[in-house]
Design a protein around this ligand. Sequence first.
Ligand SMILES: Nc1ncnc2c1ncn2[C@@H]1O[C@H](COP(=O)(O)OP(=O)(O)OP(=O)(O)O)[C@@H](O)[C@H]1O
Ligand SMILES: [Zn+2]
Length: 727
Amino acid sequence: MTYAQLVVNHEAQAMDRLFTYGVPEGKTVAVGQRVKVPFGQGNRRVDAFVLQVTEEAPQDLKGLKEISTIFPESYFEKEHLPLIEAVRSRYLATYLDAVKLLLPKGLLQGMTYKTSEKLYFARPGEGKYADPRYQSILQEVKAHPGEYIKADLVRMGFSQSSVNTLIKHGFLEILSENQYRVNRQSYPDYAPRVLNAAQERAVKAVTDTPGTYLLHGITGSGKTEVFLELIRRNLEAGHDSIMLVPEISLTPQMIERFKGRFGKDITIFHSRLSDGERHDEWHRVRQGRVKIAIGARSALFLPFQDLRLVIIDEEHESTYKSEMSPKYNAKEMAEFMLERKDGRLVMASATPSIESTLRAERGEITKLELPERATAGVLPEMEIVDMRAELMAGNRTIFSRPLMAAMTEALAKEEQIILFLNRRGFSTFVSCRSCGFVFKCPQCDISLTYHRDNSLMCHQCGQRKYLPKTCPSCSSKYIKQFGTGTEKVEEAIRQAFPQARVMRMDRDTTRQKDAYETMYQDFKNNRCDILIGTQMISKGLDFKDVTLVGILAADLSLNLPDYRASEKTFQLITQVAGRAGRGDKPGKVIIQSYSPEEKAIVAAKDHDYAGFYRQEVEMRRMLQNPPFSKILQIILTSLQEEVLIKNIQILDSVLRKYLIKYDKIIVLGPSPCLISKIKNQHRWQILLKGDIGEETAQAVKELVQSTLGKAQKDLKVSIDINPNSMM
Ligand SMILES: Nc1ncnc2c1ncn2[C@@H]1O[C@H](COP(=O)(O)OP(=O)(O)OP(=O)(O)O)[C@@H](O)[C@H]1O
Ligand SMILES: [Zn+2]
């Protein structure tokens, strides 16, 4: 008899092992196939996936059950097993979580293809069917074979009964086919540029030798052109390529460039696709119909047959680390996958992460540089404005005098302006000027954001309420929003420059499906003078007429309780500033700040990546922060605060006792998280910091599970290695 070891579709931690089942006589199964099996005491039929097939009988044959259904499709191959193991062991995930990465979206919910009944022309109309009302239908279908279903023709104004008659008498034919839910929009050709010397060198280095590369190219240095050329060469050699980008820089412009260069050969895989579309794209890849994918993190696991090139754009972004189980890091997994088949990984950024530059310095990966802009332009001129001095001089507005002057000048010259404000939620809280009371969400414990319709909103849970007229704490009338939101900036701009055409781009204004695309086109075609926005406009945009960038509050991100605050601030300023002066007109950037002496701000002003890196890496080394250590974050959440506190204290003392033998790991906490409550769930955390290897992490995970044991019915645990956020 043949036996199969299966991963069963069951969420419980305790089920995180392989189960052995017998394969029915006369049947075969292979790794990656989906089956149904009777499971548990009630023999409920559940989905499972084959991980191993063996002829060897298991030790304990008692109670062995058989697979009940075998589906024909398989979803992964033997060669994926190391990947599944790696995701499981490095990120403390379950088999099921790891396997799910490789499945098409919606599979376990029973999603299949949409089939549709497409019309084809069969034979010319004759006799009474030569009548124009029939002829016009036949001609239309003949000109567009397989493009219409009946409903389409009716929508176009043809009579339904005429169409039916033509089908009935065999003039038109219906064929049903799997319908791919793909976007067929076509794009103008995006012709290749002649590469400059630095671009040429980078392309050659990567082409010549497999391995991992860090491409450090300043803003506007033409990294995209390097990516396109590398992909073209990889395609020419018959291999598959993936380019990962952060969701927010998958801009219409980026899509335009890739579709315009590679046409239909490419799939764009992002969160705005419906589950159905993702399901279909997965199958297009599986069938080898496309050889290139661009997408967010999860596109890395599309089922390409011969993946040899992965490009990770904006590699410094935190979005490559998943915050949901499995909490994998796509950069690490890409490297893992490619190493095993002599592939090439290119991580690119204008502001590489401290970690990647350190790896390059240590010789673990190869650094390539694009030190100059690809167009005639140079990097913009940068100016820091001390907002404290502005206040002292009596300027209480959001805009400093130098910024006002620069805006006036740019508008007069009919040039475009970008105003950047980071993270709206942080800057628009409402407080009482008499007693200091701050409006917070009673459920989530973060400050509420003021909106212009006089409402307050929690951006964690979405609760909204009206702003009262007086302070709930002291009844004073002097309650006022503090700082600025993008809406307020927009209002102030409209007052200051009533003639200017203004657009605001943030999560509120881009919620509708095509809003982003429309705004992008408007700005590109100079139908707008001033673009106000959040992170969304900080990267990737390449508009030649933008000569002025204003960064309204550079220090907001400096005050995050995170060891990466400084790095993030430097990156953000550099990236936004990089939007200025990309054409042949010189650019100018004004950075408004309340802490103008901060090293992140000064270094960004001086375009001094190397200087910033040296200081920052020393600081990390001194404080033993990553990349010189790992952080393991254990978050407990519960509706019941006492249960939570009691358990986390027990856990803390168990962990401390256990970790005594590891003198290189320190335990921080337990403490309430900065966001101490989400949807009424209280949150506390313990942080471990130090030399935490895979085995240690695994041991800690098991210890956490066993210590909490039954208490887990009242609380949830999340364990994350090097988390994105420590809030
Ligand atoms: N070899 C070249 N010759 C002429 N123009 C080029 C060349 N390479 C790139 N460009 C142009 O330079 C501009 C900037 O290129 P691109 O957008 O690729 O920069 P980038 O490095 O990705 O910048 P960022 O990181 O700021 O987004 C584009 O308009 C592009 O068309
Ligand atoms: Zn809330």
